[in-house]
Design a protein around this ligand. Structure first.
Ligand code: MN
Length: 153
């Protein structure tokens, strides 16, 4: 069981995420206004933050950057959820400091899997990062087996 902070402006998504996380034994808490997210995170001390990217006032990307600069929040894993997955989005989100990225509409299985991997110390400290790449690459049927990394051409 883990404390998980959700930053999301859409009420239906909040309900979905909270229900899913509670069903898996976690303790979710939601913030709808990203301007309150940092204060809430400092007070709630979550073990994981799940943030929408498309947020009014303070974007998810900006929020991730601010969390990474905050002494108390710098080490908290962040999972980004976004409705748009244009080329380069995932790189930008990961560069800002998020460890995982899930696109909407979310796959329940992938969402839960990503949460559990971020909460598991073995996955978080995996120097190869293979456990995270495992689920991240499931969606795109790009390079076939044994061809990973050859997609630049
Ligand atoms: Mn949104």
């Amino acid at each position: 069981m883990a404390k998980i902070l959700i930053v999301e402006d859409n009420a239906l998504n909040i309900k979905l995420f909270c229900d899913l996380l509670a069903a898996h034994g976690h303790q979710p808490e939601a913030v709808t206004d990203s301007r309150n997210a940092l204060d809430k995170a400092r007070e709630f001390k979550p073990e994981l933050v799940i943030t929408d990217i498309q947020l009014p006032h303070v974007s998810g990307l900006e929020l991730i950057r601010m969390m990474r600069k905050d002494d108390r929040l710098a080490d908290v894993p962040i999972m980004a959820v976004t409705a748009y997955s244009a080329q380069g989005d995932e790189e930008r989100i990961r560069a800002a400091g998020a460890q995982a990225y899930v696109s909407k509409p979310i796959s329940v299985v992938k969402f839960v899997q990503a949460v559990e991997e971020l909460l598991a110390p073995s996955a978080a400290e995996d120097p190869t990062g293979q456990s995270q790449q495992g689920w991240a690459n499931e969606a795109d049927d790009g390079p076939g087996p044994g061809e990973t990394g050859g997609d630049e051409s």
